[in-house]
Design a protein around this ligand. Structure first.
Ligand code: PMT
Length: 401
């Protein structure tokens, strides 16, 4: 089964006998790694209980548009923004009609109106209702609005009829949902990504490090895989689970990160340095724990670490090399000078003086700088940003080859 790691999916359930299959669909989406929030129309609750879907999704089920409690927490606008994709399964003929005419009179229709996320429908209805010219006109309207239809399948129906209108099986819907995230922008390409902090040991139990969580680098690895790339993720110590389809190399120090980056570098098409590498390390690592002395001030002697991304950028053949610039002031100016000094093809500047973006947060805002210009990408989740960055990197990579 294809992966949906960390994807935020709204599963809309409308009224129909196939609603019982939504329980299995929720389970499969969760197993594939998605975070699922279920939104039910009132008639859906006649076919399957919200409690079942709450238990399977691990999240509260959303039922009403005008619910003061829900609006104070995750109301329809938040849900619309939260979603990476909206999947409506089963989608009844009535709901398709209401969606086609732009209704906004219940929770699910308002979420569909307010979202920028792709919307996919798995129709389920009697074969005569599916064939009806009104339904077919709605299908055309929805397709013209780039709403995707998964199915329907053809076969025996709950009412005893035979024909088109069966909801596709949950496994098939899960695979089709996962395939919506695949872009093919980097098919056949090999991408190396560094992520997380390095640790520079002082003694067997102490080290110098920083607050990098690895979230930005791991999100880029996930997005590069979705774009069809083969990914080697070279990661410092973090608490995240690496993407299943990446080859992961766990390192501690900058020297180890350099060694892992240079290994098989000739196979690498694109190198992305998202790691926060310690610029200096202790000149020596004490064999035993450094004991507290009587002196008030302790001096540490540090030596410069190798610059990994600059070393990669000076290699032959040189992969398309992308650095990050973590700055607390004069962000763009410093980033541009790093682009030149390290001989990079692109640098992604982020302001790490802010606590809501940059180090150890779920969101980021960046400016992408190349030798021909720059583009600012506003604050959003690192996952969404990573997809945009990978698309941009793929475009620039192709333009430069
Ligand atoms: O991990 P998160 O919590 O998600 O946070 C993400 C991040 C803020 C760490 C990430 O977005 C980021 O900015 N990474 C680069 C951090 C950094 O070390 O920046 P820098 O300006 O010091 O380095 C410039 C570039 O050189 C970076 O690509 C860095 O990986 C690279 N470098 C730096 C020093 C060194 N010795 N070797 C390197 O390769």
């Amino acid at each position: 089964m294809q992966r949906l790691t960390n994807k935020q999916i709204i599963l809309g359930i409308t009224g129909g006998i196939a609603a019982y299959k939504s329980a299995e669909l929720t389970r499969l989406l969760k197993t594939a790694g998605a975070d699922v929030r279920v939104v039910m129309t009132p008639s859906a609750t006649e076919f399957i209980t919200p409690l079942t879907l709450q238990a399977l999704s691990g999240n509260p089920v959303h039922l009403h548009l005008l619910d003061a409690e829900a609006e104070a927490g995750m109301g329809h606008i938040e849900l619309a923004k939260w979603a990476d994709l909206i999947l409506i399964a089963p989608c009844s003929a009535n709901f398709m009609s209401r969606l086609a005419s732009g209704h906004g009179d219940d929770l699910l229709t308002t979420i569909c109106l307010a979202t920028d996320a792709p919307i996919c429908l798995a129709p389920a209805m009697n074969q005569a209702m599916w064939r009806d010219s009104g339904t077919q006109a709605n299908v055309e309207t929805l397709k013209n609005r780039e709403i995707k239809l998964f199915g329907p399948g053809i076969g025996e129906q709950a009412c005893g009829d035979n024909g088109p209108g069966r909801m596709l099986e949950p496994e098939k819907i899960t695979n089709l949902t996962a395939s919506q995230f695949e872009t093919f922008a980097l098919t056949g390409k090999t991408v190396f990504i560094t992520a997380g902090p390095t640790r520079e040991a002082l003694d067997p139990i102490r080290y110098i490090s920083n607050h990098s969580s690895g979230k930005m680098g791991y999100a880029l690895a996930e997005a590069a895989i979705e774009a069809g790339a083969k990914v080697k993720l070279i990661t410092g110590p973090v608490t995240l689970t690496p993407p299943e389809r990446a080859t992961t190399v766990a390192i501690e120090s900058a020297n180890e990160m350099l060694e892992a980056s240079l290994l098989d570098l000739s196979l690498c098409d694109i190198f992305i340095a998202a790691a926060a590498v310690a610029d200096y390390r202790p000149t020596a690592i004490a064999e035993h724990k450094i004991k507290k002395g009587t002196e008030e001030i302790m001096e540490l002697h540090l030596v410069k670490n190798p610059d990994i991304v600059a070393t990669v950028a000076s290699s032959t053949p040189k992969p398309f090399t992308v650095g990050f610039a973590a700055e607390t002031k004069d962000v763009l100016e410093y980033a541009k000078s790093k682009l030149e000094r390290k001989n990079l093809d692109m640098i992604i500047a982020n302001d790490v003086s802010r606590s809501d973006i940059g180090f150890n947060s779920d969101e980021n805002a960046v400016t992408v700088i190349t030798h021909s210009g720059s583009e600012t990408l506003p604050q959003t989740s690192k996952r969404k940003l990573a997809s945009l960055l990978i698309e941009e990197i793929a475009t620039q990579y192709k333009a430069n080859r």
